[in-house]
Design a protein around this ligand. Structure first.
Ligand code: BG6
Length: 458
């Protein structure tokens, strides 16, 4: 069967500043944490070098062109642009981002720019990070500076990438700095992130810039083990906490009432100000980026909660391992292609069918060198992964979902936070020693698909 996509469909990939650029003047929480606890990073590899995009941006954009990208998302590093988060703008960073943006446009690759991809300037973390409303204001100023500097040539902005992840990693589950385990602080961080998002949207609207503004959310559909009411309730609460805590404010301009009631009943609500509601209502977006890697399967708890233990989302559900699930064993994530369709249908039926696109989808695989044939990684598994997800995406579009594109994570193998270079995601293989780039089979497949705006599959 031939899967053809609508005209002007966005074909591309995504990356982020910290994972690709290499070291900079402004310190981030990642640099700080790595200097103190290198053991937390796979093979002790930190964010200093990554894939040297800062040096190789021009040839890397040529590679994007070779992959027939018509669009590409990366982020601006707040710490590179404003090293202390709030003070002077670094002119070298302005030059760098100007060059990248101009070159992308010149090559016919539309730049999609994220303002925050997990990379908090350390100076901002030192004053409390997202727990401090002054950081919300500093972020809004940074966003406005970006709009003024680049807004004439960047027409697709994203305030945050996966804002729930720093909440989970930094304040609940100990995989990002500052490694706190405290639900109320996590809720405050999430809440202030929504306020920061809304302030950036407000500034964008006030400036009458030429393009559009959105956010990128990692939506993990919550599937209950069964239709038993206890399992269904568990899935509903997981959905409220991990998806709707950001999805509802940015699409509906308000929090779900049952999430607020739940947190209130547990005495976990963050401190709010009367004017916050108005601000959140102003944060409604033009375009939603959806990152999809895995579903979330849950069941009701099997055991009673330990009242001495820290309050956690898991007080309301247990994870459920569905027998026969397909796994990516390297990342430990389930692969469930219909999830992409379920997300789009949910957006269509419950959120007014917003303009959206798949902003990340991908498969990290360890030791890909074993698949080298004639000097090239033959990553057939990645081609299957993409084409199966695209088939479900295609079904969603044919049923009226407003999905405008598909971006893969990622274009060149990059540095994956605590996993460093363990799992490779790229269309292009990176040799860490020589920094040489070699297109994988999946890159060629994607280039052909983008060129034809279609692919064939049985
Ligand atoms: C997304 C992020 O969560 O998934 C990326 O936006 C990240 O920054 C990607 O790299 C893959 O996850 P990981 O943890 O394997 O790098």
């Amino acid at each position: 069967m031939k899967y053809a996509f609508p005209d002007n469909f966005w074909w591309g990939s995504a990356s982020s500043a910290l994972q690709t650029e290499g070291a900079r003047e402004g310190e981030t929480t990642w640099d700080y944490w790595f200097a103190r606890e290198p053991n937390r990073f796979h093979n002790g590899v930190g964010p200093q070098q990554t894939s040297t995009f800062y040096q190789h941006w021009k040839t890397d954009i040529q590679l994007l062109k070779q992959l027939n990208h018509n669009s590409f998302r990366t982020s601006i590093s707040w710490a590179r642009l404003i090293p202390d988060g709030i003070g002077e703008v670094n002119p070298e960073a302005v030059d760098f981002y100007n060059q990248v943006i101009d070159e992308l446009n010149e090559q016919g690759i539309t730049p999609f720019i994220t303002l925050f991809h997990f990379d908090m300037p350390m100076a901002m973390q030192e004053i409390g990070g997202w727990e401090n409303r002054d950081v919300v204001d500093a972020y809004a100023r940074y966003a406005q500076i970006c709009f003024e500097l680049f807004g004439d040539r960047v027409l697709h902005w994203f305030t945050f990438n996966e804002p729930i992840v720093p909440v989970e990693g930094g304040y609940l589950y100990d995989f990002h700095y500052p490694n706190v385990v405290d639900f109320r602080r996590a809720a405050t961080v999430a809440y202030h992130t929504v306020l920061a998002h809304s302030k950036a949207v407000q500034a964008y609207r006030a400036g009458h810039y030429a393009g559009e503004i959105g956010i990128v959310l990692n939506l993990t559909p919550s599937y209950p083990r069964s239709q038993n009411p206890a399992d269904v309730k568990a899935a509903h609460i997981a959905d409220l906490m991990f998806n709707r805590s950001f999805l509802d404010p940015v699409l509906r301009g308000e929090y779900p009432a049952d999430l607020v009631a739940l947190l209130k009943s547990c005495d976990q609500l963050p401190a709010c100000k009367p004017e916050d509601g108005f601000l959140i209502a102003e944060g409604k977006i033009d375009l939603l980026g959806v990152n999809y890697y895995q579903p979330r399967r849950v069941k009701c708890r099997d055991s009673a909660v330990n009242p001495q233990a820290p309050f956690m989302p898991e007080w309301f559900f247990d994870s459920y391992e569905m027998p026969g699930r397909k796994m990516n064993p390297y990342r430990g994530w389930e692969i469930y292609e219909p999830g992409i369709y379920d997300i789009l249908v949910n957006l269509r039926d419950n959120y007014g069918n917003p303009r959206c696109f798949i902003s990340e989808n991908g498969m990290g695989v360890e030791n890909e060198q074993r698949f080298i044939e004639n000097g090239q990684i033959n990553d057939q598994y990645r081609i299957e992964f993409i084409s199966e997800h695209l088939a479900w995406l295609h079904k969603g579009i044919s049923e009226g979902c407003n999905c405008l594109g598909y971006h893969m994570w990622t274009f060149i193998d990059n540095w994956s936070w605590c996993n460093a270079y363990k799992n490779r995601y790229g269309f292009i293989q990176l040799d860490l020693k020589t920094q040489q780039r070699t297109i994988k089979k999946s890159g060629e497949w994607f280039a052909a698909t983008a060129l034809n705006n279609s692919f064939d599959k049985e």
